[in-house]
Structures are given as C-alpha cells and as structure tokens.
Design a protein around this ligand. Structure first.
Ligand code: 5RP
Length: 237
C-alpha cells in the first residue's frame, strides 16, 4: 500500500519516472547524480529494455551515474564524441523561485555543472522538500577545492563571510575525496542575497575548482509532491 512507503522515496521515484518519460529515441542525455537521478536512470533502462526507447546515449555526471547506467543498460558516450547534448536530467539540494539551484550533496557538482550547462534543455528533478524561498536556507553550499589549496581557500571563504567546514567521509576515515581527487568544503552563508555574484566570487578564489551554485541554468523543474497520499508531479517552467 502506498501509505506504508517512505513519502520522500515515492516522490523521488515519480519525478524520476516523469523525467525519463521526456527522453525521446536518438537523444543524447546528461545523466545526473543522486538518489532522484538514480530513479531516472533506472526508468530510462526500463524504457530501453521494453523497446519503447531506442538509440539514446548517456553522458554520466559521476562515478555513481556511470555505474548505474551500466547496471540498467543505458549506453554511454563522452563529451569528446558528441557535438551537442539534447537534454540533461539532474537532482538538486535546493531550488529557489528563480529556478536557481544549490547542488553538490553528492560532491559531483563540478562534473554536473559541465554536463548540465551543455544541454539544450536542463530538467531538474526534486521532491517538494527542496523548494526554498532563498538559497542557503536549508543546505550548506558545497565548494570543490584542489587539496594543496585547502587552507588558503578556507581563509578566503571566511573573508567572504562564509563559515566553511571540510566534508568528512561516512564509513571512510578522513575527508570526502571527489571523483576528480579533490576535497569539498561545505559553507554556511547567513544569507545568499546575490547567487550569481557569489558563484563568481567563489570561483575566483585560486584553488577553487567549482561551487554548487547553478544560476540561470535550469530550464524546467519537475517537483514530486504528495496529494492525498498519492505522488504527483508538478512542472515549474
Ligand atoms: C549530487 C547532487 C544531487 O543531484 C543532489 O544532492 C540531490 O540528490 P538527491 O536526489 O539524492 O536528493 O547535486 O552532487
């Protein structure tokens, strides 16, 4: 019965399926990272297996999405092999009313930004808990940093008014190491008034590879919600 299942999981599954249904045969698809994007990859695989979908190619945004694509039978390619990308589908940690995002909960925001920005259409898949009035209100801002620069970058972020903390591994001693071999600093800002400016200021610090602010990149937000206990999908275009 639907009510016995985790409501967040239900919303993520529903929105992942809705996004996978938007992919058409022949498309090149950016494959996002995280638990919601994982459902999208699974549903893409199911559509391929049933013959409903043909000849798509995926560009993974992380080790995780690479592994999932192989597991569910989604053929992969690389940025070197293609001259365009039709669509990218990815999750987010926060979405504001202007469709600006915080990403990087899975420490994959650098590759995600590369892939998501290249797509002709970038669809974000979230459950309703990710919608916020102002970025930074529920989630710390992830910043990927080249290891030798960690100390000066922490000082520079403090000068910008942030409170940085090094992301530590779970079930792994020591810090999180990204797919690119770097470290992640999660930063608390009391108020992110101008996401576009902060995105640039952070990326201007020598040693910062990329931060998790995605400003003006998302085209469509698909939001998984519960209505009378049933999962539904709302579109913000
Ligand atoms: C990974 C991400 C994810 O897309 C984001 O953390 C959302 O994940 P989930 O769908 O599991 O809530 O940015 O770097």
């Amino acid at each position: 019965m639907v009510t016995e299942q985790d409501p967040i999981k239900l919303m993520k599954q529903q929105v992942g399926k809705a996004a996978a249904d938007r992919v058409k045969s022949g498309m090149i698809v950016g494959l996002g990272t995280g638990s919601t994007a994982a459902y999208m990859i699974q549903f893409l695989g199911e559509r391929l297996q049933s013959g409903q979908l043909k000849d798509i190619k995926g560009i993974p945004t992380s080790f995780q999405s690479n592994v999932l694509a192989k597991q569910y039978g989604v053929p992969l390619t690389t940025l070197d092999e293609i001259d365009h990308m039709d669509i990218a589908i990815d999750g987010a940690d926060e979405v504001d009313p202007q469709k600006n995002l915080i990403k990087g909960g899975g420490a994959a925001h650098t590759r995600e930004k590369i892939v998501d920005c290249l797509a002709e259409q970038f669809i974000v898949v979230v459950d309703s808990s990710k919608l916020v009035d102002r970025l930074g209100s529920t989630f710390l801002l992830p910043v990927e940093v080249i290891p030798m620069a960690i100390t000066p970058v922490i000082r520079a972020i403090e000068k910008l008014g942030g409170q940085p903390e090094l992301r530590m591994g779970v079930k792994k001693a020591g810090p999180v190491v990204t797919d690119e071999g770097n470290l992640v600093i999660d930063v608390k800002f009391n108020s992110i008034d101008n996401p576009a400016e902060l995105e640039k200021s952070l990326n201007n610090i020598p040693g910062v590879l990329e931060n998790g602010l995605f400003v003006g990149v998302a085209d469509v937000i698909l939001v998984g919600e519960l209505q009378d206990g049933q999962p539904i999908v709302r579109e913000i275009a």
